[in-house]
Design a protein around this ligand. Sequence first.
Ligand code: RTP
Ligand code: MG
Length: 141
Amino acid sequence: MALERTLSIIKPDAVAKNVIGEIYSRFEKAGLKVVASKMKHLSKDEAEGFYAVHRERPFFAALVDFMSSGPVMIQALEGEGAVLKHRDLMGATNPKDAAPGTIRADFADSIDANAVHGSDSLENAAIEIAYFFPATDVYSR
Ligand code: RTP
Ligand code: MG
């Protein structure tokens, strides 16, 4: 497996539930290192830009409203096979379908308020990390 980076967002619902540390702990136990991190209240424009691939989808407006409804915690994670490993920790998009013990099974309330975002490919991970962090603010260690 190759050393990879992926972009993770703890969404407004999970930040409001005060489970940032619990979620970081799951990353660390799985061998993922936080190599960049910041809290940010996204504007609608920033949320739209981030989720631009979903612009034509029926849920786009609801997604943008939710992602800009409160502060989020944004981090780049690094580790062996980080993209898929992180997706496995997150669980399925709809918490009703998420496997027991995954972040979404434990903390998500609905398909909209589903606790976390994770890059879905290595290519998108690079784009998404660059959307939030200049290269000088990402620290391999
Ligand atoms: P994310 O991008 O947030 O990590 O989630 P994902 O890959 O598991 O799901 P994706 O298909 O990329 O969708 C992005 C977010 O849009 C909301 N969604 N709603 N109502 C619906 O059918 C629907 N489908 C997706 C979810 O909040 C999802 O996380
Ligand atoms: Mg996605």
